[in-house]
Design a protein. Structure first.
Length: 133
Protein backbone atom coordinates (compact mmCIF):
# COMPACT_ATOMS: atom_id res chain seq x y z
CA UNK A 1 0.00 0.00 0.00
CA UNK A 2 1.13 3.50 -0.78
CA UNK A 3 1.61 5.70 2.24
CA UNK A 4 0.58 9.33 2.35
CA UNK A 5 3.01 12.06 3.40
CA UNK A 6 1.12 12.31 6.70
CA UNK A 7 1.40 8.53 7.30
CA UNK A 8 5.15 8.68 6.69
CA UNK A 9 5.53 11.73 8.95
CA UNK A 10 3.56 10.05 11.76
CA UNK A 11 5.63 6.88 11.43
CA UNK A 12 8.81 8.96 11.65
CA UNK A 13 7.54 10.70 14.80
CA UNK A 14 6.62 7.49 16.64
CA UNK A 15 9.89 5.78 15.73
CA UNK A 16 11.99 8.85 16.62
CA UNK A 17 10.18 9.26 19.94
CA UNK A 18 10.94 5.64 20.89
CA UNK A 19 14.55 5.86 19.75
CA UNK A 20 15.09 9.07 21.74
CA UNK A 21 13.59 7.37 24.81
CA UNK A 22 15.79 4.27 24.71
CA UNK A 23 18.93 5.37 22.89
CA UNK A 24 19.65 9.09 23.09
CA UNK A 25 18.40 9.53 26.67
CA UNK A 26 17.94 13.23 25.96
CA UNK A 27 14.79 14.36 27.78
CA UNK A 28 14.51 17.55 25.70
CA UNK A 29 14.61 15.59 22.44
CA UNK A 30 12.15 13.01 23.76
CA UNK A 31 9.57 15.54 24.99
CA UNK A 32 9.96 17.56 21.76
CA UNK A 33 7.86 14.89 20.00
CA UNK A 34 4.98 15.68 22.37
CA UNK A 35 2.58 18.61 22.62
CA UNK A 36 1.08 18.50 26.08
CA UNK A 37 -2.48 19.77 26.11
CA UNK A 38 -5.19 19.79 28.80
CA UNK A 39 -6.62 16.54 27.40
CA UNK A 40 -3.24 14.79 27.06
CA UNK A 41 -2.37 11.58 28.93
CA UNK A 42 0.14 8.77 29.08
CA UNK A 43 -0.79 5.30 30.33
CA UNK A 44 1.38 2.26 30.91
CA UNK A 45 0.67 -1.30 31.98
CA UNK A 46 3.33 -3.87 32.73
CA UNK A 47 3.46 -7.60 33.30
CA UNK A 48 4.33 -7.17 36.98
CA UNK A 49 1.17 -5.18 37.68
CA UNK A 50 2.82 -1.76 37.87
CA UNK A 51 0.28 0.25 35.93
CA UNK A 52 -0.04 3.98 35.84
CA UNK A 53 -1.96 6.79 34.20
CA UNK A 54 -0.51 10.30 34.02
CA UNK A 55 -2.15 13.49 32.90
CA UNK A 56 -0.20 15.31 30.21
CA UNK A 57 1.24 17.78 32.71
CA UNK A 58 2.26 14.99 35.12
CA UNK A 59 3.89 13.11 32.24
CA UNK A 60 5.80 16.20 31.14
CA UNK A 61 6.96 16.85 34.73
CA UNK A 62 8.09 13.21 35.08
CA UNK A 63 10.18 13.54 31.92
CA UNK A 64 11.61 16.91 32.92
CA UNK A 65 12.42 15.69 36.47
CA UNK A 66 14.43 12.75 35.10
CA UNK A 67 11.84 10.07 35.89
CA UNK A 68 12.14 9.20 32.18
CA UNK A 69 13.98 7.98 30.11
CA UNK A 70 14.91 4.64 31.68
CA UNK A 71 18.39 3.80 32.84
CA UNK A 72 18.92 1.00 30.36
CA UNK A 73 19.29 1.38 26.62
CA UNK A 74 17.44 -0.80 24.15
CA UNK A 75 17.03 -1.25 20.43
CA UNK A 76 13.46 -1.02 19.17
CA UNK A 77 11.99 -3.19 16.43
CA UNK A 78 8.58 -2.10 15.13
CA UNK A 79 5.85 -4.23 13.59
CA UNK A 80 2.12 -4.22 12.89
CA UNK A 81 2.11 -0.46 12.37
CA UNK A 82 -1.35 0.96 11.62
CA UNK A 83 -1.75 4.67 10.98
CA UNK A 84 -4.79 6.81 10.24
CA UNK A 85 -4.51 10.51 9.54
CA UNK A 86 -7.28 12.91 8.59
CA UNK A 87 -6.85 16.64 8.52
CA UNK A 88 -5.02 17.68 11.67
CA UNK A 89 -5.65 14.53 13.74
CA UNK A 90 -4.09 11.11 13.49
CA UNK A 91 -3.35 7.96 15.45
CA UNK A 92 -0.96 5.06 15.30
CA UNK A 93 -0.96 1.60 16.83
CA UNK A 94 2.08 -0.63 16.67
CA UNK A 95 4.02 -3.35 18.40
CA UNK A 96 7.52 -2.89 19.74
CA UNK A 97 10.10 -5.51 20.50
CA UNK A 98 12.74 -4.00 22.77
CA UNK A 99 16.13 -5.73 22.80
CA UNK A 100 18.33 -4.80 25.76
CA UNK A 101 22.14 -5.21 25.89
CA UNK A 102 21.81 -7.97 28.51
CA UNK A 103 19.63 -10.00 26.11
CA UNK A 104 16.35 -9.21 27.86
CA UNK A 105 13.36 -8.73 25.56
CA UNK A 106 10.29 -6.59 26.22
CA UNK A 107 7.20 -6.57 24.02
CA UNK A 108 4.76 -3.68 23.88
CA UNK A 109 1.46 -2.87 22.22
CA UNK A 110 1.61 0.90 21.75
CA UNK A 111 -0.84 3.65 20.85
CA UNK A 112 -0.21 7.29 20.01
CA UNK A 113 -2.72 10.03 19.25
CA UNK A 114 -1.25 12.91 17.28
CA UNK A 115 -2.20 16.38 16.17
CA UNK A 116 -0.72 18.37 13.31
CA UNK A 117 0.39 21.66 14.84
CA UNK A 118 1.85 24.33 12.57
CA UNK A 119 2.42 21.61 9.95
CA UNK A 120 4.30 19.27 12.33
CA UNK A 121 2.85 16.07 13.80
CA UNK A 122 3.08 15.99 17.60
CA UNK A 123 2.02 13.27 20.01
CA UNK A 124 -0.73 14.49 22.33
CA UNK A 125 -1.51 11.21 24.14
CA UNK A 126 -0.21 7.69 24.26
CA UNK A 127 -0.06 4.35 25.98
CA UNK A 128 2.22 1.34 26.15
CA UNK A 129 1.13 -2.11 27.28
CA UNK A 130 3.65 -4.84 27.94
CA UNK A 131 2.77 -8.37 26.85
CA UNK A 132 4.25 -11.82 26.41
CA UNK A 133 4.25 -13.15 22.85
Amino acid sequence: LAQSKDDIAIQNVIKSETISYHTNKDRKVYISYWQVKPESFYANSSLNGNNYFLTGEDFKMAVENNKFPPDDSATAHFSNIAIKAGGKVGWATYDEKMVFPDGRLDYLHSFRCLEKIDGIWKIISGSDHQYRP
